[in-house]
Design a protein around this ligand. Sequence first.
Ligand SMILES: [Ca+2]
Length: 294
Amino acid sequence: MHTHKKIHGHILFHHGAAVIISILSLICIYLPTIVESVDIATDSSSSSSTSTKQHSKCKNTVQYEVVGTIPSDENAFTQGLTYGNGKLYLSTGINGHSTVREISKMDGQTTLDNIDLADEYFGEGLAFYKNKLIQLTWKKRTGFIYETEPKLALIKTFTFETTRNEGWGITYDESKKQFIVSDGSEYLHFWDEDTLQETHKVAVLDTMGKVRNLNELEYYDEDRIMANKWYTDLIYIINIKSGQVEEIIDFSTLWPRSERGDGADVFNGISVYDNGEFLVTGKLWPLMYRIKFI
Ligand SMILES: [Ca+2]
């Protein structure tokens, strides 16, 4: 679920560890029971989401380091983060607060351009492609396409269907001229770039079975995407042909939950950035983190 936190006014905790270089090894990740207990996928065709099973992944190959931070708007309920043509774009959620905006790539608190969504829409995933942006909304089966030059402007409204008929994350796969869409179910949905129609969908599986609640997405390479898993501090690297989870990267020490206070919501938001870096952040977080995989 996306709405259990309200927009907050202030975060009390100083982000003291932000500039410390952090190198984390991925060993085997065992999610605590509490993480699985909040899994909200409701597809009654499977009971896999309701167990207290432990996920494990032991490839032990992906590490990251924090190479810097960028201030972020701590009132932004980050649902989509994307980068293109040297510009950084953000989609925010919550009815009445949803936006698509260009933010300064040096200071995410500075909004350079902004469009408010109508109150009925809850903004979700966002992806840059061909100097345009595509934005999903959560439950209205509605998406928007914007031109980005010379400024943000709505050029198309479209409707869509997914397994759960929700919009969560979206990313663009230029190599195949397609969008990849998550909706909280275990499926990745593949949409033709031009028609915005689904061409196929692929179930995401790890060693324990179906993986649900994949939230913000980011293209990784021709074979793989990255996904925040909702309500965890994990990023999954997923093979888009097989649906297999190839890696799970643990970001739980990036900004530990014990330091976040009541204002900040969950880890969410991934985007490519300059110089082979990625940006990661969370909903209502005061910082974005520049990271490199090593
Ligand atoms: Ca993204």
